[in-house]
Design a protein around this ligand. Structure first.
Ligand SMILES: *Cc1c(COP(=O)(O)O)cnc(C)c1O
Length: 314
């Protein structure tokens, strides 16, 4: 396997603040955003075993789906480039085809990494999990390994075994974990491997894992996540669906102010789409008395910081 996928332990950084002392909780950030210089955070774990599978199957291309601002599109393009595979992005929004000047930085970056685009209508895009459509795509691209939107599948979920093992070694007695949710693959991986580790050897104490959907209608993800994780006994998990702040990539002035305060106080950057909503959810739960004194809370930093780059002038 290429050096691209060598494993690295990312820092677990404790945050100190009067408000945490007031509520009697200890708080850490798992800096999983620092796991890889090119493919940051959760997208890297989700791709790792999928790329191994693609190579084992003798595929020469990675094909996947996303919107114009998808971190997964960028990550797939970068990974494919690094291991000399081709990449194909099926992108939502037909109108973008004729207007490369309106491409997002994400799309431009993916394009520079050699990703080939197919732009499709929103209606067509909704077929992305339809078996007949996928069958047609694999006939059209016989050398392609097809990854679902957001890269979430069972191999993506399995990719979180290593980061969970890291966390368990760094702080075996953690009690609460917060993680941002898009498609739910990352959350499922964290839950599944926490459950397995505790069952096998860690202290048998219930762990609470909270997923924070950044899209509206987060509840619809519950059965999908449930399918990936199977039975849980040692982990109690929940989706906190009231922290989408208007929906995907939407924000408010208060949330932006919160983001810069947090970044100044702790010198830890957040991204505006995912991690800021996760941290805001934690603070709100804390202030509502939902996290009892003595808790040891882990905020899982999933990365996504390329979203912070200012728009480039061309
Ligand atoms: C993609 C992404 C997520 C969501 O991951 P899912 O596995 O789709 O739930 C969370 N945080 C960041 C920074 C991301 O880029």
């Amino acid at each position: 396997m290429s050096a691209l996928f060598s494993e690295k332990t990312t820092p677990l950084t404790q945050l100190t603040s009067p408000i945490f002392a007031k509520y009697g909780v200890e708080v850490w950030v798992k800096r999983d955003d620092l796991n890889h210089p090119l493919i940051q955070g959760n997208k890297w774990h989700k791709l790792r075993l999928n790329i191994e599978a693609a190579q084992q199957q003798g595929k020469s291309q990675l094909l996947t789906f996303g919107g114009a601002f998808s971190n997964h599109i960028a990550a797939t393009a970068v990974a494919a480039h690094a291991i000399e595979m081709e990449s194909i992005g099926i992108i939502r929004g037909e109108e973008l085809k004729e207007m490369p000047n309106r491409w997002s930085e994400t799309l431009k970056h993916a394009h520079r990494m050699g990703m080939q685009f197919e732009f499709i209508s929103r209606a067509r895009y909704r077929q992305k999990n339809n078996l007949k459509y996928l069958q047609r795509l694999s006939e059209q691209y016989p050398n392609a390994y097809i990854l679902p939107e957001g890269g979430s599948n069972s191999l993506a979920v399995a990719g979180f075994e290593q980061p969970v093992a890291q966390l368990m070694a760094q702080i075996p007695e953690w009690s609460h974990l917060f993680c941002a949710v898009g498609t739910g693959g990352t959350l499922a991986g964290l839950i599944k491997h926490t459950e397995q580790t505790i069952r096998q050897h860690a202290p048998h104490k219930t762990r609470f894992i909270y997923g924070i959907p950044v899209l509206k209608q987060g509840d619809s993800l519950r059965p999908i996540i449930q399918q990936w994780i199977g039975e849980t006994g040692h982990v109690q998990w929940q989706l906190l669906t009231d922290y989408h702040f208007g929906g995907y990539a939407k924000t408010t002035p208060d949330l932006l102010a919160f983001k810069s305060e947090f970044e100044q106080q702790f010198a830890i950057p957040l991204d505006p789409v995912y991690t800021v909503k996760m941290v805001a959810a934690f603070y709100d739960q804390l202030q509502k008395g939902q996290i009892k004194a003595g808790s040891k809370v882990v905020l899982w930093h999933t990365g996504g910081l390329q979203g912070n780059l200012p728009p480039k002038q061309d």
